[in-house]
Structures are given as C-alpha cells and as structure tokens.
Design a protein around this ligand. Structure first.
Ligand SMILES: [Fe+2]
Length: 367
C-alpha cells in the first residue's frame, strides 16, 4: 500500500483504501482499478492523496489513531448539531439544544479512547473522506489534533472535555457567515475577509448562550485566531492574555487548514505543515506546544515515498512514536536502481541517515 498524490497516479492503479463521503458511505471501493475519469473526479471532489496497491508493501498496516467508526459518528453529529445551531440562530430563537452536549460528549469520549488506546502518531490521511462542506471535516480534524496534543500534555478528564468541546465548536460562528463568502472558491477580498473574521465573535456569542457549556469552550471560539505577537483577531491579544486552550487549537487549526485540499491551493504534506508552524514559533505559536504537536502527529505518514540523505528511496512502513521524524522505511531503490529484494531500515537507529524529500516535494521540483 502506497500513499500517492492523486495528480501523479496513472490510470490502471488499484485503489488500496476506500473513499467515503462524509456520511460514511463508500464512494469508491478498495480494489477498484482507477481510470483517468475517476482520478479527475477524485481531484475535483477534493481528494489530493490516495492509497494505491503496491506489492512491495502489501504487509504494512495503516496506523490511524482514530477509527473510521468514530470519525463517521463524529461527522454525523457535527453536521446535524451545527445545522441545528445555525437554524436557531437564523430564526433568532433562543438556543434549545437538548442533545447538544450529550451528543458531543459521546464523540469526544470516543475520540479520546481511540487516541489513548493507540500508541501511534495521529494521521488523518488514512481514511479518505469527500465532504460536502469543509467546515464539518475541519472541525473534526482540529478536534482530533487538539485532543492528541492535550493527551500528550497530560490534561485531566474534565479539562479534556472542555478542550474537546472548544475545538469541536471553534468555528461554529462560520455557520452564520454568508455562504458566498464561506464557500468562495478562491481568495477572499479584504472586505470579505473582514466579514469572515467575524466568525470568532459570532461563535463566542452562540456558545456562551448554551446552558451548561463551559465558558472556556466559548473562549476557544473567540480566541483561536489570536497570535502571540498581537497580530491575530478579533482583539489582538498577546502571549499570556490568550488562553492556553486557544493556543493549542490555533496550532491544530492552521495545521489542518494547510494540509487539507482547498480549491485555491495544493495541500501541504504533514512535514511541510509542521515546518510552517515552526516558522511561526515565538511570534505566532507557542514553542512548547509546537514541539508537543510534533510528537503527536505522523509527520511522514505510513505509505509515503521518501528519499533519504544517502539517495536511497523507500516507503514509510511504520511510525516511531518517540520520534516521528524518524520512521521505519522500506528501501525500494538504491543508486537509481529498483531493488528486487527490499529491506527495512529504522531511521531511529541510524542517525546519520535522514529524510530529505518526499514524493510530493520531488514532483514539485520536477515541474
Ligand atoms: Fe476559525
């Protein structure tokens, strides 16, 4: 099984993991032969990377961190609760969300149990979803990443619940942003961006009116676009004035945004997203949190083709949870020659060899 950019797959390749819609139904089955048409369609639907069959790596297992079942249930709950909130807000009704907290608490517990029971670094590339609205998958992904970070940092169960609710709902204010701005297929104008920025305050106002919901979760919506140096919004808060939970969500939010497919730009691979976070350490993001985040996510996901510093080429076959920059790699090519007999090397035991390029970066250089 190999993880490849849809743009570089040729017709005839065999799909190795199914593609789902955001209701969890299968759109394309495992084992199907991909055609030019289905590949173009996948790209148009917002799928940038897929797993294809590869006989040299048939034995590898994709370590997900969060199960498909959990993701499926979470997406369903996010979709229906967000729509309920937006309907009630639009009708100017007072919020009556009986199932709300209970529904989300079940989801957060399921995500937490998956994370805690799984010793692997998190990767959200493993189950491919085609979504009808970016906001639902984004809310789920941000929750998974933030909770992964929070578990690593040792927060209590009560705190994890507040953090989980805060991250699930951080963008709920977007439900009241006009659709033509929210779903605009391209960059926003300055005026549109100003309207978009109102989602943090809108979210805060929605959430603080929900009975029983911790005000801390509401503050996650309010503050997740604040940055350490005061260049964020809506209030330009700095350093210690920004709540710790909001600083965590900011990292997960940016990471998911840049590693997701958007119409106006190509997605980054996880290691590129992480480099972007590192470039903002100190002025935008908290250094300790970015470092903890690096421990949590699969920087080089299983299945990815990588080139090593000694020019050998291989496929990532296993994560090293202690050091996700150094996974186990199956070597498939040496000195430009494809090997008949592949072998695995553990980069954690070979500090003189590092990953210098990935399939996507190689493709970018070749263009
Ligand atoms: Fe946001």
């Amino acid at each position: 099984m190999r993880l490849v950019a849809v743009r570089s797959v040729t017709a005839g390749a065999i799909l190795a993991k199914p593609i789902y819609n955001d209701n969890g139904q299968i759109l394309l089955c495992e084992g199907v032969e991909l055609t030019e048409r289905s590949l173009t369609r996948l790209y148009e639907l917002g799928i940038s990377f897929i797993y294809i069959h590869d006989k040299r790596t048939n034995d590898i297992e994709i370590e997900t961190g969060v199960s498909l079942e959990t993701k499926r249930k979470a997406l369903k709950a996010i979709k229906s609760e967000f729509q309920a909130i937006s309907n009630q807000v639009k009708l100017k009704k007072s919020l009556n969300l009986d199932h709300f907290e209970k529904d989300f608490a079940v989801i957060i517990r399921a995500i937490l149990s998956d994370i805690k029971n799984n010793d692997n670094a998190l990767t959200l590339l493993s189950d491919m979803f085609v979504y009808d609205s970016y906001i639902f998958t984004h809310s789920l992904n941000v929750t998974v990443y933030t909770l992964g970070l929070a578990v690593d940092l040792g927060f209590s169960d009560k705190q994890l619940m507040d953090i989980g609710l805060g991250s699930l709902l951080h963008d709920v204010g977007k439900m009241v942003i006009p659709l033509e701005i929210l779903n605009k297929p391209g960059r926003l104008t300055d005026e549109e961006f100003q309207v978009m920025q109102e989602h943090s305050m809108a979210g805060f106002n929605i959430l603080r009116n929900i009975p029983n919901l911790s005000l801390l979760s509401a503050h996650c919506a309010l503050q997740h676009h604040e940055r350490l140096d005061g260049t964020g919004y809506p209030r330009g808060l700095k350093h210690d004035d920004i709540h710790y939970y909001a600083k965590m969500i900011a990292i997960a939010d940016v990471f998911d945004a840049v590693t997701s497919h958007r119409v106006y730009r190509k997605p980054m691979l996880p290691h590129e997203g992480l480099e972007l976070l590192y470039s903002g350490v100190g002025n935008q993001f908290d250094q300790n949190l970015v470092e903890a985040f690096r421990r949590t996510v699969a920087i080089y996901p299983v299945g990815l083709t990588v080139t090593l510093s000694d020019q050998r080429v291989g496929i990532v076959v296993k994560q090293n949870k202690q050091l996700s920059t150094h996974p186990v790699v199956r070597i498939i090519e040496e000195n430009g020659v494809e090997l008949k007999e592949t072998y695995d090397i553990d980069l954690m035991k070979q500090y003189n060899v590092t990953i210098v390029a990935t399939e996507a970066t190689l493709a970018a250089a070749a263009q």
